[in-house]
Design a protein around this ligand. Structure first.
Ligand code: NAD
Ligand code: DAU
Length: 351
């Protein structure tokens, strides 16, 4: 089987690529990625020479490139993760989210349908990796997002992901394209770009800079270790039902301020600083516009039907994450300086 994984050089995509390349030596894994600021082939150094792995640089928003790629490579399945993924960037530059997340997804759907339909859809699957943010925002009650929760996206990012989810389901209902979808909560772990809360906080604590807490820090997120998201994607891809959606979460809700305080304590412990040192760097700043208050995911469907469950506790995952960032200073320095962009341009100029 030849699987096209989009966004494989990004945070979650690189963990999915690594899992599939190592677990399924008989599969050919094609990693299609535009190498935007968030894409980094350093994330995949350990698998880049594997015989069942190949990297292709390209933009999913470029229709003719995508059509040619599908005609040339003839993938049997698609696992689609490529996206603009940061809510704050979607507030300042919404159009790039429309281009990649909406138009890019429709380009892939069209190309998959055109390639697969003439011979029948048997054995093919288009899997869209999506977010819990499409469901909107919860209050502090007991309610959780289920697969039946109505869509209510509230940021340009979540609106673009909701739109792409709708297009994926429309291709299933209208053209019979075999699809699977999953909507996951906040991931954390190694290789997370340091614009997102947890890696940003670790980077700032490491370099003695203030850690910005939006508003009062009351907002709640449900955190899942990225390697557990990758195993959930494996389960949905292989065992999920055609046309179905699976919610994925960590049953691990944290208020932002409490999470940052915990992170400060872990960093103090790991760097042998006096407890309380890092907490002094917490700084309350102006809130994010339209900031969703709470996300909470009911994962019972994927747990009961597909037998998936997280493999690590939050304490274990967070400790591994802090260890990884402290041990990979060079990675952090390169992605937080211009060197990251320069590397990608030099490495792939003209290809
Ligand atoms: P990321 O920003 O770390 O990586 C995105 C990848 O997509 C990068 O490698 C980037 O180069 C690539 N990309 C961007 N635009 C592209 C384009 N036009 N053509 C080809 N490649 C392009 O994102 P992530 O956090 O790894 O998220 C991956 C997917 O999972 C996204 O679809 C996101 O919506 C979804 N998701 C993320 C989370 C999370 O907590 N990070 C949670 C649930 C779902
Ligand atoms: O829920 C899944 C989503 O989780 C994914 O679909 C997105 O791709 C991913 O980026 C993430 O979105 P969030 O907006 O929840 O993640 P972020 O790390 O940007 O912020 C987490 C929380 O922390 C949120 O309530 C905003 C707050 N925050 C964030 C930053 C960057 C701060 O208080 N300070 C910060 O500096």
């Amino acid at each position: 089987m030849k699987i096209l994984i989009t966004g494989g050089a990004g945070f979650i995509g690189s963990h999915v690529v690594r899992l599939f390349v190592s677990k399924y030596p008989d599969y050919q894994i094609l990693n299609l990625d535009a190498l935007t600021y968030a894409g980094n082939l350093e994330n995949l150094r350990d698998v880049e020479n594997a015989p069942n792995y190949r990297f292709i640089k390209g933009d999913i928003a470029d229709q003719s490139f995508i059509d040619q790629l599908f005609a040339h490579e003839e993938p049997d399945a698609v696992i689609h993760l490529a996206a603009e993924s940061h809510v704050d960037r979607s507030i300042t530059d919404p159009m790039s989210f429309v281009k990649t997340n909406v138009i890019g997804t429709v380009n892939l759907l069209n190309a998959a349908r055109n390639l697969w339909h003439p011979g029948g859809y048997d054995g093919h699957v288009f899997y869209h990796v999506s977010t819990d943010e499409v469901y909107g925002s919860l209050d502090f009650g007991p309610e959780m997002f289920t697969e039946e929760t109505s869509y209510d996206p509230r940021s340009p990012y979540s609106a673009s992901k909701a739109s792409s989810d709708h297009f994926v389901r429309a291709w299933h209902h209208t053209y019979g394209l075999p699809i699977k979808l999953s909507n996951c909560s906040n991931n954390y772990g190694p290789n997370h770009f340091p614009e997102k809360l947890i890696p940003l906080a670790i980077h700032r604590l490491r370099t003695g800079q203030p850690v910005p807490v939006y508003g009062k820090g009351e907002n709640v997120r449900d955190w899942l270790f990225v390697k557990d998201h990758a195993t959930a994607i494996d389960a949905v891809f292989h065992k999920g039902k055609n046309g179905d959606t699976y919610n994925i979460g960590g049953v691990n809700e944290w208020q932002n301020l409490k999470l940052i305080e915990l992170l400060c304590d872990v960093v103090d412990q790991k760097t042998s600083q006096e407890q309380g040192t890092s907490r002094k760097l917490i700084k309350f700043v102006t809130d994010r516009a339209g900031h969703d208050m709470r996300y909470a995911i009911d994962s019972s469907k994927i747990m009961n039907e597909l037998g998936w469950k997280p493999s690590v506790t939050f304490e274990q995952g967070l400790a591994q994450t802090v260890d990884w960032y402290l041990a990979n200073e060079e990675w952090l320095n390169s992605v937080t300086s211009g060197a990251y962009q320069d590397y990608n341009q030099k490495q792939y100029a003209g290809r």
